[in-house]
Ligand binder design. Structure first.
Ligand code: K1U
Ligand code: ZN
Length: 174
């Protein structure tokens, strides 16, 4: 397993990749894909974060990893290949989101409170699940990445521009 570099919005080349639409995985879950997901999970834990989309490590394919376990609990890694949202609730919920590609910026985003998702897991089995709470927030945030959408794209133009300027300033100072 190895750590991958997480692309960030302050870098123009990285941003161009982050804005790309990811493509479906063809041919099921291979050992090569499992190796990528292992790297993604290690990278996510190292950051640290609770989710990561493949495009954030420069691989624009429909793959996500997540772990929503509390620190005091055992790790609970989850792997999503070709995830689809089958249903979204009319009810909305707001959550203060962050993103490893937009470091140290947090803001409220409103999204459907519940969703139903279908995906292939690490073993290549089809899974359908209902998500609510942080799970619903995180899966929608990560699935936005697969469409080239960042959480700051849900904010006003002013807030988005300020967020990117802040990340650029921090990167220059580092
Ligand atoms: O970059 C990402 O997509 C990961 C992002 C996921 C996320 C967080 C909050 C709401 C929606 C989606 C993060 O993991 S940001 C870091 C973070 O939330 C966190 C870091 C350490 C401990 C707990 C949370
Ligand atoms: Zn993100």
């Amino acid at each position: 397993m190895s750590l991958r570099r997480i692309l960030t919005v302050d870098n123009a080349a990285d941003l161009a990749v982050l804005k790309q639409k990811s493509v479906p995985v063809e041919g099921g879950v291979s050992d090569e894909l499992r190796a990528l997901m292992d790297d993604m999970l290690e990278t996510m834990y190292d950051a640290p974060g609770i989710g990561l989309a493949a495009v954030q490590v420069g691989e624009p394919i429909n793959v996500i990893v997540m772990d929503l376990a509390r620190e005091e609990d055992d790790p609970a890694p989850q792997y999503y290949v070709n995830p689809e949202i089958l249903w979204s609730s009319e009810e909305l919920a707001s959550y203060e989101e962050g993103c490893l590609s937009v470091p140290d910026i947090y803001d409220d985003v409103e999204r459907p409170a519940q969703v139903k998702v279908r995906y292939l897991n690490y073993k290549g089995e089809t899974v359908e699940e209902d998500a609510e709470g942080l799970y619903a927030v995180c899966i929608q945030h990560e699935m936005d990445h697969l469409k080239g959408v960042l959480f700051i794209d849900h904010l006003s133009r002013l807030k988005r521009d300020r967020a990117v300027a802040k990340v650029k300033k921090a990167a220059r100072a580092a």
